[in-house]
Design a protein around this ligand. Structure first.
Ligand code: ZN
Ligand code: ZN
Length: 153
């Protein structure tokens, strides 16, 4: 199976929850009671669990960076609105949100992260970003659109 950042994040939040639980339990012991001493070790265990949660979060972030693939379709888009760019004199502008890029974004391969898998009626699979999927939805009748997240990669 493919390990996704979501798997690691889920484990991180469990480790964090466990750390909190141990801390709460230790705190509930009466100050001055004989139970306090053995609970010092339990408190240290809670710190280790919290450390582990942090390490897992870092690993999740590293993995997400590694797995982010650029869309790579040969023309740029507005990441939010799709095929809405006009390019004049080396500046690309989205006709919808008026966001501008100081280069001919439309004339360059797309660098947005891949977030969708599109399978056309012939069974050809293309991976693309949020912006490109907007255009594909309009153009590709009968295609299947699968969002890549939460382990769906
Ligand atoms: Zn836009
Ligand atoms: Zn794209």
């Amino acid at each position: 199976m493919t390990v996704t950042p979501a798997h690691l994040s889920a484990l991180a939040s469990r480790a964090e929850a466990l750390a909190d639980e141990v801390r709460a339990l230790c705190d509930s012991a009466q100050i001055g009671s004989p139970e306090r001493d053995p609970l010092v070790a339990a408190g240290q265990a809670a710190n280790l669990l919290a450390r582990g949660a942090e390490d897992l979060e870092n690993a999740a972030a590293d993995l997400a960076r590694l797995q982010a693939q650029p869309c790579g379709l040969p023309w740029g888009i507005c990441p939010e609105h799709g095929n809405t760019l006009s390019s004049t004199a080396g500046v690309s502008t989205c006709r919808v949100c008026r966001r501008t890029w100081n280069h001919d974004r439309r004339g360059r391969p797309c660098e947005e992260p891949v977030t969708w898998k599109v399978i056309d009626r012939a069974g050809t699979e293309t991976r693309m970003c949020d912006g490109h999927v907007l255009g594909a939805r309009a153009a590709a009748a009968g295609a299947t659109f699968l969002r890549l997240d939460e382990g769906g990669a």
